[in-house]
Design a binder for this molecule. Structure first.
Ligand SMILES: Nc1nc2c(ncn2[C@@H]2O[C@H](COP(=O)(O)OP(=O)(O)O)[C@@H](O)[C@H]2O)c(=O)[nH]1
Ligand SMILES: [Mg+2]
Length: 457
């Protein structure tokens, strides 16, 4: 279902999460992919343009930076798609013991009869005493089809293949039908919404007074669903839509978004030929499923840094005061504690984009970080505050290596990395750097240049 839209969305979110910083080019690429997929799903071109413009506009907001920006854009992207699909879930309000009636209408082959039995099974499973009433007097095999579906799904079907007046069929069973909590009424379609169909539905509506008149539309017609839903709305005042054949077309996105543009909420979607291939339409879970994620929170978590803000602020002031010692370095390493967090951290460090650090090296890097942790634990306070003395006195090197189960070369490397970071802090590049606020592009480039040259994995 909507495979290309789903993969475009996934790709877009991953691109945002994986970017070192969100620049215009990244956004352009994400928006372009998304728009292409939306058009492929037959979503109206104006809507497609609108959504692209909105994302680009939000992305250009200079006030929001860094991780916050990633979250912001991710949320906007998510919410815009959600909005396209209609935001909230709509539910039919039916009451047991009340003889509710739902009449299904629609054109030929839209899936009325199939949906009648799907809907009946759906509510029968939820404890409604449910019946189906077949009022399609035009197609010769219509009543047999409904009876067969009734047998398959153990739902009582009321039909009369010899009667040519749909109202007469209703009147024949009217009393019997009063025993049911819910009656689903299948009607005849036409090739188009012509006068005959309109007057037939109006007539049935007057006499039967169903609680809901639902239009069934096949997803294959894509954005043309808007026109159809509007016409049924105007002429026979439908309450909502069920979209069928979601499984058999790439245009389902067009049908869904088009109905949302009318005043006809999509209550259910049909996703196959069997009675069980039927579900309520909930835009939120629909998107989640397309993305293979639980919810928006899960999505945002993906882009969030695991590094906590408070210690980032603390780091900033240490850096500014030039008081950044090995203990602080250790604190930073601790925060990179797990693989996920480390790769996230990497994204934040200028010049160390994922592209430059192959995954297999990340693994090795984690071992190294653990060794460095142990090494720092084996140092004296004096050594921590002034690591240069370790380099000068090889006896210290040997002692620390032995005490921490590391090698002297591990420790030399640790000190080298620490010095590099400290050196950075004294070069002035970090003067207005606040990691919790993210980095400006200019800062990024500057630091990346310096960092890029020095860091070796
Ligand atoms: N793949 C698929 N086929 C469906 C779905 N709903 C209905 N159909 C098929 O569409 C065809 C027309 O359905 P039918 O209920 O007879 O349409 P009606 O003329 O509106 O009553 C039948 O072959 C159904 O099996 C669906 O959700 N998925
Ligand atoms: Mg039918």
């Amino acid at each position: 279902m909507l495979n290309s839209l789903s993969s475009a969305l996934k790709k877009g979110f991953d691109k945002i999460a994986g970017a070192i910083f969100i620049d215009t080019k990244t956004i352009e690429l994400v928006v372009k992919d998304l728009q292409r997929a939306l058009i492929q799903a037959d979503v109206n071109i104006h809507l497609v343009k609108e959504i692209g413009d909105k994302i680009k506009k939000e992305a250009a907001n200079e006030k929001i930076k860094g991780i916050e920006k990633k979250e912001h854009i991710t949320k906007i992207l998510h919410d815009e798609i959600l909005h396209l699909l209609g935001d909230e879930k709509h539910e039919l309000t039916l009451e047991k013991g009340k003889n509710n009636k739902i009449m299904l209408t629609g054109l030929y082959g839209a899936g009325k009869t199939t949906t009648t039995s799907k809907l009946a099974s759906y509510y029968a499973k939820r404890g409604f005493k449910t019946a189906m009433l077949g009022l399609d007097v035009y197609r010769p095999a219509a009543s047999e089809q409904l009876e067969q579906l009734g047998k398959q799904n153990k739902i009582q079907a009321f039909t009369d293949k010899n009667e040519k007046d749909p109202l007469a069929i209703y009147q024949k069973y009217e009393n019997e039908l009063k025993d049911f909590d819910l009656v689903i009424i299948d009607t005849a379609g036409r090739h188009s919404l012509d006068e005959e169909l309109v007057s037939e539905i109006k007539n049935l509506n007057d006499k039967i007074k169903p609680d809901y008149k639902i239009l069934t539309i096949q997803a294959d017609i894509g954005q043309a669903a808007k026109d159809q839903a509007s016409k049924f709305q105007e002429t026979i005042d439908i309450n909502g839509v069920i979209i069928t054949r979601m499984d058999s077309t790439a245009k389902a996105g067009g049908a869904l978004t088009a109905c949302n543009e009318t005043n006809s909420p999509v209550y259910f979607i049909g996703t196959g030929e069997k009675a069980s291939d039927f579900e309520t339409f909930n835009p939120k879970s629909f998107i989640s499923r397309m993305l293979g994620l639980g919810d928006l929170e899960g999505l945002l978590e993906k882009v969030q840094s695991a590094v906590d803000e408070k210690s980032q602020k603390n780091l900033k002031s240490k850096l500014e005061e030039g008081k950044f010692d090995l203990r602080d370095f250790q604190e930073q390493i601790k925060q990179m504690g797990n693989m996920g967090s480390f790769s996230k951290m990497i994204e934040m460090i200028p010049g160390l984009g994922k592209a430059k650090v192959p995954d297999n090296l990340l693994g090795a890097q984690e071992d190294k970080l653990k060794k460095w942790q142990h090494a720092i634990d084996s140092m004296t306070q004096e050594e921590i505050e002034n690591p240069e003395i370790i380099e000068k006195e090889t006896s210290r090197l040997g002692r620390i290596a032995k005490g921490s189960g590391t090698t002297t070369s591990d420790i030399r490397q640790l000190i080298k990395q620490y010095k590099m970071l400290k050196d950075l802090t004294q070069g002035g590049e970090l003067q207005d750097l606040d990691p919790s606020q993210g980095f400006s592009q200019k800062q990024m480039m500057k630091i990346a240049k310096k960092f890029g040259k020095k860091v070796k994995f």
